[in-house]
Design a protein around this ligand. Structure first.
Ligand code: ATP
Ligand code: MG
Length: 570
């Protein structure tokens, strides 16, 4: 293709509303334009990247026996009511009515519609396992659609649904998809890690992994072991309780005046103690009920674990100051577990504490010398805190390391949650009816494109991994007015085309500086510069966008040379 003809409207300015690099660069480099918040038009370059990622995904799904289908985007409410998710989904679901006032939604996901299809068409165990997938738009009215393609309201997802005879079969499908996902992201040229994850609202009894593209800007925090293969989202990572360091004897409880010490930090300064000595007390409202949650002062409550422990899904939030006041008779900063009548949940480290400091349920006061069990009763103990880097790996005990990631895919073992709700059964070898065991597996195609940029860019622009670059090579004639240069560039461009290399030629009558800036911004992995000076020696300059390395190659050998580099990197 010729740059003069391609629709690549690059911009010099960074769009003010774009907060993340991938969003800024995709707008500046002419990949996307906004239609509405979280809804974008994909221009030719973005469309090429989407097609490349989709092709890799399709090949890997097909290799595992996946069958491609296209399911409706507009879905009837009745199916969602069967599983109860019409109500659970809340504001994230785009809802609409037809002319007869019948209710529909724009599919945020497709478990219901797929299960409906399969229960109607599958009769016998001989037809299982069945793996159906599609690559298509999804609709989620996200609360904060401000990260460009990272969190769109309309986005492209590959979703696959597996139907098996039993749990063993479902696990086999899960293993296949885990393997396929590993291959997909490897083939996309991304640095990623599969991590244990929380099952969240989609539910199901089995396990789940998220595939994280590692990047500083990632929304998710993950930990992984320095020695073994353990890796988990911090939402999910198990914590081992660290015993209190000193073996003190329990002392007397004392009420101390701590004016203005509402925060952990100010209290530590005031009492000249350490955060480990404090019991952090939080009052939560979980749907209608109120619970008190205790963790050590240097720890954070993990609301995902807490929600699961309370039997989620539920609406979990810190209780209002009115609720706290009514329960404890004091301001939020001074609450504690001694003498209150409310269910008390404690993280596993709390019962190990000796002579702890807690709020006294009296504004401006704390209690010292507090000993769990003696001074207050814990109703239930559980792992309720968030793991930190440096803590021991739950599998092998070596220190955990921290990283940030972008969730580009997730695999779920759903068990019989949906088949039960929707009565999706088959007849086994003995003619007995059995529930199908399901799995669901998503890859965010457009988010993967954004994640690739978050992971691969510099101050000048995008550095596409070769396998998903919109084009592999750009040929830049330094001046199109210099006939020898223009002809040599055109010849090289034709040779590349003939070899099947995906090349563009920047045939615009622009200064070389402008062309180089655009090439760096768009992120073509390889740039060939054809200039009068090097051409006198019969050479062209090849520059790698990733390494910045520059080589001079005889013009006649350049096409074959580029093809070799490309073959080695896809
Ligand atoms: P998140 O927690 O980031 O909102 P999710 O866990 O709800 O995502 P899934 O239901 O697991 O998402 O969807 C499968 C994949 O679809 C995700 O791994 C992600 O890559 C992609 N995805 C989900 N929501 C969005 C979105 N709003 N915009 C772009 N891609 C998305
Ligand atoms: Mg997910």
């Amino acid at each position: 293709m010729r740059v003069s003809q391609l629709l690549i409207p690059t911009l010099r300015e960074t769009p003010a509303e774009a907060e993340v690099v991938s969003h800024q660069l995709m707008v500046r480099a002419g990949f996307i334009r906004k239609a509405a918040a979280g809804i974008y038009t994909y221009l030719p370059l973005a469309t090429r990247v989407i097609q490349k990622i989709s092709r890799i995904v399709r090949e890997e799904m097909d290799a595992k026996g996946g069958q491609e289908v296209l399911l409706p985007i507009v879905q009837p409410a009745e199916l969602w009511k069967e599983t109860g998710r019409w109500d659970v989904y809340g504001d994230e679901m785009f809802r609409l009515r037809d002319r007869h006032q019948r209710e529909f939604c724009l599919g945020p996901t497709h478990e219901e519609i797929t299960t409906d299809l399969v229960r109607g068409e599958i009769r016998s165990y001989k037809q299982l396992p069945l793996l159906l997938y599609q690559i298509q738009n999804k609709y989620r009215d996200e609360r904060r659609p401000r990260f460009g393609l990272m969190r769109g309201r309309e986005f492209i997802m590959k979703d696959l649904y597996s139907f098996d005879r039993d749990e063993a079969g479902a696990q086999e499908s899960y293993r296949k998809m885990y393997d396929a996902y590993t291959r997909v992201f490897t083939r996309c040229g991304l640095t990623f890690r599969p991590v244990l994850a929380d099952a969240g609202a989609i539910g199901g009894s089995g396990g789940t992994h998220e595939f994280m593209v590692l990047a500083e800007s990632g929304e998710a925090a993950v930990v992984y072991c320095s020695e073994c293969d353990y890796a988990a989202n911090v939402e999910r990572a198990e914590c081992s309780p660290k015993p209190a360091a000193a073996t003190e004897r329990p002392s007397e409880t004392a009420l101390v005046s701590t004016p203005g010490s509402k925060t952990i930090e100010s209290l530590i300064r005031f009492l000249k103690t350490s955060a480990e000595q404090l019991i952090k007390t939080l009052v939560y409202q979980a749907d209608e009920r109120v619970v008190m949650v205790l963790v050590r002062g240097d720890r954070e409550v993990n609301e995902i674990k807490l929600g699961n422990f309370l039997g989620g899904p539920l609406k979990l939030e810190l209780a209002s100051s009115e609720v706290v006041e009514a329960l404890c008779g004091c301001e939020t900063g001074y609450v504690g577990p001694v003498g209150v009548t409310v269910e008390i949940l404690a993280d596993a480290e709390v019962p190990l504490m000796v002579n702890a400091i807690t709020g006294a349920n009296k504004t401006g006061h704390h209690l010292t010398g507090v000993n769990p069990g003696r001074d207050f009763t814990i109703d239930r103990v559980a792992d309720l805190r968030t793991v930190e880097a440096g803590e021991p790996c739950p599998k092998c005990g070596q220190p955990l390391l921290a990283a940030r990631g972008i969730e580009v895919g997730q695999v779920f073992n759903l068990g019989t949650k949906y088949s039960k709700a929707m009565d999706a059964k088959y007849l086994d070898e003995n003619g007995k009816e059995k529930l199908m065991v399901m799995g669901c597996y998503g890859i965010g195609v457009t988010r993967t494109m954004a994640a690739a940029i978050e992971q691969n860019h510099d101050a000048d622009g995008i550095k596409w991994p070769m396998p998903i670059a919109p084009f592999q090579v750009i040929v830049v004639p330094v001046s199109v007015k210099d006939q020898a240069v223009a002809e040599a560039a055109e010849k090289l461009y034709q040779e590349l085309q003939a070899l099947g290399v995906e090349a563009v030629i920047d045939d615009r009558d622009e200064r070389p500086g402008v062309k180089f800036k655009d090439a760096d911004l768009i992120g073509y992995p390889l740039r060939v510069t054809v200039g009068a000076k090097t051409l006198q020696e019969g050479k062209v300059e090849i520059k790698s966008r990733h390494s910045g390395e520059v080589e001079l190659i005889p013009a006649g050998e350049a096409a074959a040379y580029l093809q070799r580099i490309i073959d080695l990197s896809i």
